[in-house]
Every structure is written in C-alpha cells, then in structure tokens.
Design a protein around this ligand. Structure first.
Ligand code: AHM
Ligand code: MG
Length: 343
C-alpha cells in the first residue's frame, strides 16, 4: 500500500486496493475518489455555514414533503456534479429528487455504475451545529452501457452493492466506506485537505451498552419495541443495564458512534410511519452493508435482513434495526414475542 510519511490518504488507499484486483480498470476507484472530492467541498460549506447565508430553508419542499434546507440543495448539486464528472456514473437516485437523475452526455452514459445517496442526512440538525452526514451506495448497472440508466438499475437488492459509505461532518469530518472487504475510516486533515486513513478495518463490538431511538415516539411503537426499551432501562449488573440512551437524530452520527462503541440504533414502524421513516435505497442499505462488513447486523425487526429486501420503489421506507449483532438479535426476540401478528 502506498503511503507517504506514514500517512495513507484516501486516494492512495483506493488505488492500493485496486491493485489487489489485477483486472480492475480503476472505474470504481475513480468514482470513490470523486465522492471524496464532493465530500471535501460539502465539508467546507458545512464549516462556514454559520458565516454565510447558506443556513435555513431553501424555499422548496422535497418529494418526502420535507422542507429543503439550503445546505441540502448545495450538497445534492455538488455530489451530482462530482459523480457526473467522474464519467463512471450513469445515474443517481437521491433523497432530494423524485425521479432518477440521468445525463445527456455520452461519457456519463458509458458509466458502468449507478449511485443512490442521501446528500445531507440529519438535515433538521443543520441550523443548530449538530453532526450531519452524507450516505451513498454504488451498484453496477443492469441496463446496457452507452444508454441512459433505467429505474431497474436502482431497484436492486442491497446485496448487490459494490461499495457503500458515509461522510460524517462532525467534530472532524470522516469518510467511512466498504467495498465488501471490511470497513475503513478516513479523517479529513484540513491542513493538507486530504482524507487520511485513521480507522483501519473497523470491527463493531458484538454487544454494547448504547440504545438509540426517538423515545418521543414511544407510545406509537409496537408492543415488542416498548418492551425492549423497558428492558434496556432495567437494572441488571450482569448485562450492564441500564444501557445508555443516546440519540442525535442524524442517522450517520448515531450509527457511527454505535459502530465504534457498540450499540443498537432503531427506527421502528410507528403509528404515523407504518414502514418506519428511513429510506431503504439510500439510508438503510448502505448503512446495513457497513454494519455487516464490520461484524454487526441490520434487519427490519421482523427477521428480514435489510440487504435481502427487493426494493419496489425509489423512496421506499423500511423499519430499521442496526448495530451490534447481539443487541439486534435481542430486540428482534422481543418483537417476535410480543408482536407476532405484525405483518
Ligand atoms: P433526513 O434524511 O430528512 O435528514 O431524515 C432522516 C433522519 C435520520 O438521519 C435520523 O435518524 C432520523 O431522520 C431522525 O428522525 P426523527 O426526528 O423522527 O427521530
Ligand atoms: Mg436522510
């Protein structure tokens, strides 16, 4: 692996990994590098967000009926621009856009990959200086190269992801990604403007003591989830309970903390969101891929592996249980016991 002064940059790492596949032509590497560039641009804007007129509502409502913040729009435009410029991506599905995005340019239509992304996740936290993130997943296209991407290119199971990751804009900015051979994390060193390898081969603890859920929805949760939350709060020294409750309201930040420390994140179905709130294609699938690659688990709470769900629509939602394997299993046991009629 190339490195300079004992520092391995994201690009060096990507190129090093590519050389492990003798026939790889560097297309996926170029795509990942361009995601890294867009992440740096968004990082720059996030960091000066308080200084310029970029906070607050952009005046549009996205297709989920949520008002778009200006930074959402900025991130969406810059990630789309970077993916298009890579020449390796023929289409994008984004949380901010109703339909898939395809390109007129021949170069882009020659791209072998499609990308699903949430350009700025946790947008309710933008205005209050709390961590936010970008989530992405990369798939090989199914439609023929040289033509526009089609909807079926995007409705692939999560098991078909060739790479996935997130960028967290927190106390430092990090990019964490997987290509199915483990999970690695890179911290942005602003002094040299490079993502540097800081978290090699991340493995998540088998169990943990953190549970992350919006407890304000407690009375709307299925019975098994309520019982599981009570279990988390009970006193039992042997199992280190009560667990600690931590909920930021940014999936990326909540997942990132639990990935490193051990814990469970859950966004169950509620009375208002019968399929949960989080989106399968660009939130749950990439996070589930990272969770599994680090030794964790991700399900819909009813025994179904997230990565095995066949998507039916771009903005499909799914209940989401992700984190330390043992904790996800335990939550599912409660649901199985108390919500056996839940379909
Ligand atoms: P967003 O993509 O519109 O920002 O919404 C997704 C976010 C997740 O980051 C977070 O886990 C969840 O919504 C929080 O929802 P809630 O405020 O209902 O707890
Ligand atoms: Mg989101």
């Amino acid at each position: 692996m190339l490195s300079f002064n004992n520092v391995t940059t994201l690009n060096e790492f990507i190129i090093g990994r590519q050389s492990e596949f003798p026939y790889a032509k560097g297309e996926l590497s170029r795509l990942l590098s361009h995601i890294g560039i867009a992440a740096k641009i968004v990082h720059r804007e996030v960091n000066k967000a308080g200084l310029v007129d970029i906070l607050g509502e952009a005046g549009q409502v996205n297709i989920q009926g949520e008002s778009q913040k200006k930074l959402d729009v900025f991130a969406d435009e810059h990630f789309i621009g970077a993916l298009k410029a890579s020449g390796e991506c023929c289409g994008i599905a984004s949380e901010e856009n109703q339909d898939i995005i395809t390109f007129e340019e021949e170069l882009a239509n020659d791209g072998k990959y499609i990308v699903t992304m949430d350009p700025l996740d946790g947008s309710s936290n933008i205005d209050v200086n709390v961590s936010i993130g970008t989530i992405f997943a990369i798939y090989r296209r199914l439609s023929p190269v040289g033509h526009k991407a089609k909807i079926d290119d995007f409705l692939q199971k999560g098991t078909k992801q060739v790479a996935a990751g997130y960028v967290i804009y927190g106390s430092s900015t990090m990019m964490v990604y997987t290509t199915g051979r483990g999970v690695n994390g890179f911290t942005l060193d602003p002094s040299i403007g490079e993502f540097c390898l800081s978290h090699r081969d991340i493995t998540t603890p088998h169990s943990g003591t953190i549970y992350s859920v919006n407890e304000g929805n407690y009375f709307k949760f299925p019975e098994g989830v309520k019982k599981y939350i009570k279990y988390c709060q009970e006193n039992d020294t042997e199992t280190k309970r009560p667990y600690t409750s931590r909920y930021i309201g940014s999936l990326v930040a909540d997942f990132h903390r639990n990935l490193l420390k051990g814990g469970i994140f859950l966004y169950p179905s509620t009375a208002s969101y019968t399929d949960g709130k989080l989106r399968l294609l660009y939130e749950c699938n990439p996070i589930a891929f990272l969770a599994e690659q680090s030794g964790g688990k991700a399900t819909d709470g009813k025994g179904n592996r997230i990565l095995d769900i066949k998507p039916e629509s771009l903005h499909q939602r799914v209940p989401f249980y992700v984190g330390s394997r043992q904790m996800v299993n335990q939550a599912e046991e409660f649901i199985k016991k108390y919500d056996s009629n839940l379909d």
